[in-house]
Design a protein around this ligand. Sequence first.
Ligand code: B3K
Ligand code: ZN
Length: 876
Amino acid sequence: DKTVYLKDYRPTDFIIETVDLIFELGAEMTTVGSEIRLSRRPGSPADAPLTLDGDSLELAGLALDGKPLAPERYEAAADGLTVHGLPESGSFTLTVKTRINPSANTQLLGLYRTSGLFSTQCEAEGFRRITYFYDRPDVLAVYTVTIIADKESCPLLLSNGNLIEERNLEDGRHMAKWHDPFPKPSYLFALVAGDLAMIEDQFTTMSGRAVTLRIYVEHGKADRADYAMDSLKRAMRWDEERFGREYDLDIFMIVAVSDFNMGAMENKGLNIFNDRLILADPETATDDDYLRIEAVVAHEYFHNWTGNRITCRDWFQLSLKEGLTVYREHEFTADQRTRPVVRVDEVKFLRANQFPEDGGPLAHPVRPTQYLEIDNFYTTTVYEKGSEVSRMIATLLGTDNFRRGLDLFFERHDGGAVTIEDYLKCFEDATGRDLSHFALWYHQAGTPVISVQSAYDEAASTLSLTLQQKTPPTPGQKEKKPLHIPLRVGLIGPNGDGMEPSAVSGGERTEDVLHLTEAEQTFVFKGIGARPAISVNRDFSAPVKVNFEQSRDDRMAIARFETDLVARWDAINGLALQALVEATAAVRAGTPISVDPALAEALIETAGDETLEPAFRALALTLPSELDIGRELGRDIDPDAIHAARRTVFGSLAREGAERFRQLVDALSGDTEFSPNADSAGRRALRNTALAYLASATDEPGAARAAYDAATNMTDMIAALRILAHQFPDAEETAAVLDDFRHRFAGEPLVLDKWFGAQATIPGEEALERVKRLMQDEAFDALNPNRVRALVGAFASSNPTGFNRPDGAGYRFFADFILDADKRNPTLTARLMTVMRSFEALEVGRQAKARTELERIAGHETLSRNLRDIIDRMLK
Ligand code: B3K
Ligand code: ZN
């Protein structure tokens, strides 16, 4: 059993001071020379051997202080190197030589070569695929890196830090030497070599230092990197202003690569990105792409302080850097755009991704205590729930105190590898507030459910609010304790105005935040002259589910009058969700569906409310997805019934509001100059949402076809294409548009991903055959993670009727794909596999078919550790 436990943590026996690496790059054979300066850690046993990590390595030489080591002094295996009899005191140098094959590296972990480019991905445990090393985050060393390669095919040689030497060698080769003065763990090491285009800019830091900024992209794509550059500069400025964080090297580089397992990687001074998160222009990128580019460029940049300057002691502390950095990224996005709109997107994401994880077989705490494969813990719990936990600290302490705590964190731990406890202690020490109860959020998995009961006493003018909290059991954690939950609660009076109580008893209250600390607590609000509508969890102050039987009138009051727009959206969304759940039940019972006219009115009214910004109106108008409805049901899910119900409700709303939708489409179609800013994007979102309704109201593809033809940017173009594909899959217009798109963007893999995705998600039984057909398209590449996610990933995760075909053929296809792909890229397959984690919520027939396929996968003996870990937990 290779399980790693938090309780087993102990420091290494040796300390690494410096590392000198020499890469002689060859496509099929690269040699890596590593010279490590080491010394025995004071207090560690005098006879302890040095045990370094390795993964699929071949040792090609080993020397101690320049002298080759006799074979009896060491044991070398593909997965590790042990050296005996090392000096008891003083430092010494170990020279390790390995040989690797970057072209054969289809895992895209370690050093790999795709499309002529050498690049690396070392987090979490990829460095050990390059050389034998203490590949763990608490070993921080200063790196000097020499890269030698053929000059013609690899004119560009990059690594972390500053370039200190560059010269030509014989045989057409050249070399570059980089030095990073900041001690770092191996997971932040990076190397890129190849032939790329570049854009350059400059940033002057708050203390007046000039920093060179460079973004490297494929030749011919340089003009698509401007938005990323602009985002980077805004992020750098924002981090100075909001958190006092200044950049520390003279150069900051980003490289966009097209074969990449995740979004991006924060290597010190040399971020490496999936090119879909760098490249954008109006003709090829959507507003969502722009939004994500801005967010991820900022996120990786913010890691320079939260992750790089201060890193994790061990991988159990992953949320220390990821949760906090997501929180910083969210705050940045909120400041760049419209705060409540950004917040609604976060809430939607959390509910769609983190809640199901927390409520299923893969649930784990924000700080786990054990793992089999750390790669599988880069989860939405560690990231997004981790971010929510930091957000709650800010809510509990207030913005200024949060900043004080974070300042102390930077001051106290700069250069360190620390724990979640160290992080919390800074907030406690800076503010005097005890966070020991709050800390449970890091250790207890599961989404708390808060049940609310209210009683209004007219004679006494009091409102009592009884709040009960319960966190359901999760794997390995049956019993749950009550958490410290900051819950924002607002009261709305009969005339729509907010009501402020004269006093509140029953627990701590700061502004509108109730501090829920016990399993059950009753707060009594005094001086409430009339029965209010109660708005619970404003701004989504806590990542919880709220169970509150509220009258339709109260919910309507919140939907109309709540000043907190997040709660307002939530009320509208909740009403729509309830209607869709009822409609689904009607479909299954064979009874007619009736849509509450009040709901239709509220939606249509909001859509036309000029006092609200278009982006918010678009959000309000967007019905919960089929997946949302399934999650709300939580069990016995019949995707076909959900689909039929949603289609009917959508159609009836569309007919009801046809006039308004037409008017919105016309009024918002005039923008000629494209700007990616939030305001313009919001207008496009509202217009395209209205267009989808309009298409359904008229039940003919003409308007969408016309919109496709008239589109001057990718957002409008793909929106029209999706309406056609999803609402009129068999129409001539749809075939024509799909064909046009395919040819127009023939040389643009990232754009064709949108085309794959739009078709992979066309509902219905025929989806599977369509996906299989698309896999034969020459633009599809089963080795490229972006292609796989766009087609197979979208089908499995976002096509409920197609994937969950009652005959189980969708599951069978998916299992076959997974088994095949697992031989090449385990990170990718394990991640893909998780889309089936909620299979037990399906109705029994589909559930059994899904289980059969999952068990078939589990029955294979040669699964990667990544996939083995996921599948075994899913079937437990
Ligand atoms: N830290 C990387 C993610 C690494 C994933 C390794 N399996 C990107 C990020 O979160 O910013
Ligand atoms: Zn991150």
